[in-house]
Design a protein around this ligand. Sequence first.
Ligand code: SF4
Length: 292
Amino acid sequence: MTIITPNYYNKFKCIADKCKHSCCIGWEIDIDDTTLKKYNNLKSDFANRLKSNISLANAPHFKLDKSERCPFLNEQGLCDIILNEGEDMLCQICADHPRFRNYYGDFTEIGLGLACEAAAKIILTNKEIAALNLTPKALELPIIKFRENIFDILQDREFSIDERVENLLTFIGAQLPFDADWYTVFNNLEKMDKAWDKYLLHIKDGIDCYTDNSLDAAYEQLLVYLIFRHLLDSQYDDYLKERVLFAVLIYKVIKKINTSNTLEELLEIARIYSCEIEYSDENIDTILSKLR
Ligand code: SF4
């Protein structure tokens, strides 16, 4: 199996106790079968605590406390499983996060996801051209060539980011629907964080953005990330152009919401967007269907 990753991939390191929005709070953490067996075979002092905090209802998962914290996230913001049993005893979801995987034929693409603030910072503050370690075989595939053309358009720094987006729309021969009420579409999706409700108010009057170009470098990385993460899934649903439009739409929504036009706020909006939209297939499908 060939693994393809972006060139910033290896820079990621969890910031653990310094993380303001830990992935160990608010998410149900399912435990895969292999890890569950390892836990059941543990004989350490810590093992009883570990086993008593697992629920087997539906899929095996850790029982979150009243504040929706993982029971092994300690007061210092560190993971007691790692501290007591080592990193190898993390379940697959915890070991993977914030990485995502996309499968295509005999290769797998692995990226970092914006839902993690440390990963979002690496992705959106990357000053280099984001590139993939594509093999000659992968480069022969039409969808990969198509995506490389899109990356070339988005990374053409001769143009402003808004001009690049226009060039991209011309390239695919499509436009965002003029009359769509995106506020209602996003507001009716399944939501988790009240901060997202507040942010969405900024698109009540539409998604047309200001033309300030000071954050073009970060928005370029955002658009490339969105195409990298979502385009190949068109193999499952045939939403090829729609997935390009999805990237353009998310760019415009995030830019419109970022009223302060600061990198700091962009990082936070991108993080919340990812938590709200990218971890819900239903939410993504609803948006894609509005782009058809
Ligand atoms: S969200 Fe990212 S930085 Fe924060 S605890 Fe999770 S993996 Fe670590």
